[in-house]
Structures are given as structure tokens and as C-alpha cells.
Design a protein around this ligand. Sequence first.
Ligand code: PMP
Ligand code: GLN
Length: 384
Amino acid sequence: MSSPTLVSKLPQVGTTIFTVMSSLASELGAVNLGQGFPDFPMSETLVSLVYKAMRDGYNQYAHMNGVAALREVLAAKIAHLYGTPVSPDTQITITPGGTYAIYTALTTVLQPGDEVIVFEPAYDSYIPNIVINGAVPIRIDLQFPDYRIDWETVKQKITSRTRMILLNTPHNPTGAVLGPEDIRQLRAIVTGTRILIHSDEVYEHLIFDGIPHQSILRYPDLLERSFVSFSFGKIYHCTGWKLGYSVSSPSLMQEFRKVHQFNCFSCHTPSQVGLAEFLKDKDSYLSLGPFLQQKRDYFAQLMTGTKFSPLPSYGSYFQLYKYDRISDEADRDFAIRITKEYGVASIPVSAFYQSGKDDRVVRFCFAKKAETLERAAERLQKIK
Ligand code: PMP
Ligand code: GLN
């Protein structure tokens, strides 16, 4: 009897590079500076607050939109940081991670044939999320080596079918950040059109050198037409929690919740109760940028002893390095060889392009303990 067949909805998709490199690192016992996750412990206070929430009996379904106290503290934080009043009742929904928030936003909006502007290198879930909804990715390369958006090209690519522009600041994998001029250009393009925005801000707070984060939440006129996605896991050093949230206008959020309602419905309750308490202390988020900046700087200092050349990182917890003084291999071959021969895993940046565009740069994650960064640098120094 022949087994049932199906037509793949994502025929082009293989295993994500993060899983490939992490598996290789663990198989070989390599230092893993590839997949983006911290190897230092998360806040003991937050762990205790979640434990307390469980002990206090917060173990049943949360409200579909998220625990009210958490949405309230987030609204207060948004008002404090960005000066925009956001309703916890109608504009914030807690989600099982940033990836889910992005997927849900795109699924809420996209109809077959819609065009979506996406900048590459792009976080790996964006294009499959567009394609699975029958929409069409319109890919635009960020400008190597500073990874700026060329807004003239964006204008040329806009058509009557353009439905959405996807942004990501601070940016994975490059560490680039948007500035006020980018927002001005964006506004000029979308105002008076049907174009919506998705802004992936999972690295909110992880922005360095005193640069202000250009959150869409600063701009009520843009928020009217935007979904903004966040991740608690990413910024509170607990990527395994898979908890995040989406912020939007009341009318867009109403539609988002229809999709969310029949997918995960509601998220892990005790984590939300713990976070609601934890976020009352502003230091819980204001301390994050300086903490990661110190790690970026320490890693950069260690890397001066190697033949890698850094590109600037203004945010996120990644830094790109060129290896042209070592080899002219393709970045994927280079990343795999360095993992095997020298025991340090990285991520080849070509994996973030559909075209496989290869500028011969690899991404290192510096959200690691000092000793991990030291061990990695010591090994990388041996590469001649
Ligand atoms: N967007 C970007 C740019 C990311 O790097 C990540 C990494 N995890 C996510 C979204 C997803 O966040 P989460 O782990 O909360 O799903
Ligand atoms: N965001 C993480 C990274 O860029 C990985 C997330 C994942 O493995 N899906 O490394």
C-alpha cells in the first residue's frame, strides 16, 4: 500500500541554519557562538517570581489576550519609554514568543498575491511566513557593508499590490539599527497608502552607545498601520521560555486576536504573572543595553588578537566579522570548517539570503559568559 502523499506548502525550506550549527557544535563539543542564546543564567529574581506564581496557584489558562497585570505594566513601560499611550485591553496581546507574534501578524494581514517588502539578510522565518500565506516576498538587499536600507530602491519596488514592509531593529544578523531618517523615509512611503508595517523589535533595549531605539511605538501615526513584535525570551536571557507580545492599533489587533484565538489561545500563566511583577522595576530593562554593550566590547577586544575584522554592531547580541585575511572560502564552508578544525561555531550570513548572497562574513553571538568568549577567542587566535 502506498503511503499518503502531500504537496509541501514550503517546498524550498530545509532545516534552519541555527539548528544545523548548534547540532554540529554539540556533536563536536565546540564553543557555540552560533545560535543566538545566552549561556549565562537568567535573573534569579524572575525565576523566584515565577516559582511564587506557581505556588500561589496561577496555573490555569490565562486570559486569551494575556495576563491583565502584564499588559498593564507593558503599557506603562511603553508610555514611559516612547511617550505613546497604548491600551492594554485593545492593543497588546501576549504570545508564545516573538516568532509566533510575527507569524500571526502576517497571517492576519496577508491575502494570496499580496506583495511584502523584506530586507535581506532577513531573519529566517520571514520569507516562509509570507510564502505560506500565498503572498509574494519582494526582496531588497541591505547595503553591504553597513546594511543600510536604500529607500530609493524601496520606492521603486512599491506597486499597487504592496501590502506590507517588514522592518527589524536592532537587526539580526547584522547589528544595524534604524535612525530617524529611516523613519522619515518610511513615513513618506506609507502615508496615504494601504501599506502596513511589521516591525520586529525583539532586540529592544539591546542597543548600544546611547543610540535611541527607533521603535515604531514612538510614532502613533505609524503604529496605526503596524504590528510590533517583542520577545521576553530574547531580552530576559530565557530564550527557552518562548514568550513575547505584539502591539498594534485596536482595529488591527482585533483581527490578530481572531487568528491567535484558534492557534495557541493563551500563554503560560505563571511566567506572565512573574514578568508582570518583575517589570515594575525599570532597571529590569534599562540595565540590559549597558550589560550587553560590555559583552560586545569585551568580545571585540578579545578578537583583536585574531585575523577576523569586525563590522560595527550597534544593537542585538550579534557582531559580524569578515574573514578575508584568512580565506576566500564560501561562508558556509568556512563556518563549518572552523567549527570542525578549531571548535568555534558561528552562523554564515549567506543563510539569511534566499539568493545565498555571500559577502564572506560570519555572525558571532556575544551574549555569553566572559569565560566562553575567552575560550572562543583563544581558539580563533590559532587560525592563521
Ligand atoms: N526575530 C528575530 C530577529 C530574532 O532574532 C528572533 C530570535 N529568536 C525572533 C524574532 C524570535 O524570538 P522568539 O525566540 O521569542 O520566538
Ligand atoms: N534568533 C536566534 C538566532 O538568530 C535563533 C532562533 C532560532 O533558533 N530559531 O540565532
